[in-house]
Write a protein that binds this ligand. Structure first.
Ligand SMILES: [Zn+2]
Length: 170
């Protein structure tokens, strides 16, 4: 992860100080610590009528070439569920309806240190499956034939779905 070097308010060079028992980046000019937090992202477990899960092949780093759930970072002013459905549409062409929240977890990130990952379930959707700019392929998979999944958090949500909510016995 790239460390911040300058204050994003005044541009002053940052130092480090112990604050609330954590070594934090500190701006001497603003006289304030620079708080760093997980970056919120969403992903969607989309399930078809034969209980297959929809995956996309990543076209961008990190984990380019690996399969993962459709999803991405929440934009400013966006609700988490709205952001998740936007990403689903962008990456797969499908318009979905959120069925339920599967869970929320923290996940390590090479770019942002920690990502807060929100996982939703979609079982009703419309549209024709196609791929967008940050996915090179989109495909339905049986749970027993999953490829390697790019992110542990995504795999966790897929497993929770099949273990607790799937109508199929696996
Ligand atoms: Zn500053």
């Amino acid at each position: 992860m790239r460390k911040k070097t300058n204050c994003h308010y005044c541009g002053n060079k940052l130092t480090e100080r112990l604050s609330d028992e954590r070594l934090r980046l500190y701006c001497e000019h603003c006289n304030e610590p620079v708080y760093e937090n997980p970056v919120p992202a969403t992903c969607i477990v989309t399930i078809d009528e034969t209980e297959r899960v929809l995956l996309v092949k990543r076209n961008i780093e990190p984990k380019k070439g690996f399969w993962c759930l459709p999803g991405g970072f929440i934009e400013l002013g966006e609700n988490p569920d709205g952001g998740a459905l936007r990403e689903l549409k962008e990456e797969t062409g499908l318009e979905g309806k959120i069925e339920m929240l599967i869970g929320v977890t923290s996940s390590p990130s090479s770019q942002y240190d920690t990502v807060l990952m929100v996982g939703y379930l979609v079982k009703s959707y419309s549209g024709i499956l196609c791929t967008g700019y940050d996915a090179s392929e989109a495909e339905w998979f049986n749970y027993t034939e999953l490829p390697e999944i790019a992110f542990k958090s995504h795999l966790m949500f897929i497993r929770i779905y099949y273990a607790s909510y799937s109508t199929h016995i696996i």
